[in-house]
Write a new protein. Structure first.
Length: 128
């Protein structure tokens, strides 16, 4: 499957939309990291966690459904549904990681990608 070329702004828009969708479904500790200058893997990582494997699956399903419904864009691949401890949704330029809380703590992607730029998402999150 080929993917159309997107601008950095379009990639950021998709990443920010994923943040909003995760927030609307009560994901925890949502982070957006710009990694495009560090790797060819993607321009952005979105990282969040759920409190159960059921919630992790629901968060991943909601992202794939809503982004496709709103933009027509489907993930290039999705991995991790079987165990639902870490579901990866790969849009090419944006990779979304939805973790079960303990699995996220174990892998600590934020530390691994500490050289990436943390994007402030506080304006995208609903105040509680």
């Amino acid at each position: 499957m080929t993917q159309k070329k997107v601008t950095k702004e379009e990639a950021l828009d998709l990443a920010k939309r994923a943040v909003q969708i995760l927030d609307s479904k009560k994901a925890e500790d949502i982070r957006l990291i710009e990694i495009g200058d560090l790797t060819v893997l993607a321009d952005y990582f979105v990282i969040a966690n759920g409190t159960s494997t059921t919630q992790v699956r629901a968060l991943a399903d909601e992202i794939a459904f809503r982004i496709h419904e709103e933009t027509g864009v489907s993930p290039l691949r999705t991995e991790g549904y079987d165990g639902s401890n870490w579901i990866l949704i790969d849009y090419g330029y944006v990779v979304i990681h939805v973790f079960y809380r303990e699995t996220r703590e174990f892998y600590n992607l934020e530390k691994l990608w500490a050289d990436g730029r943390q994007v402030d998402v506080s304006d995208l999150l609903k105040a509680e």
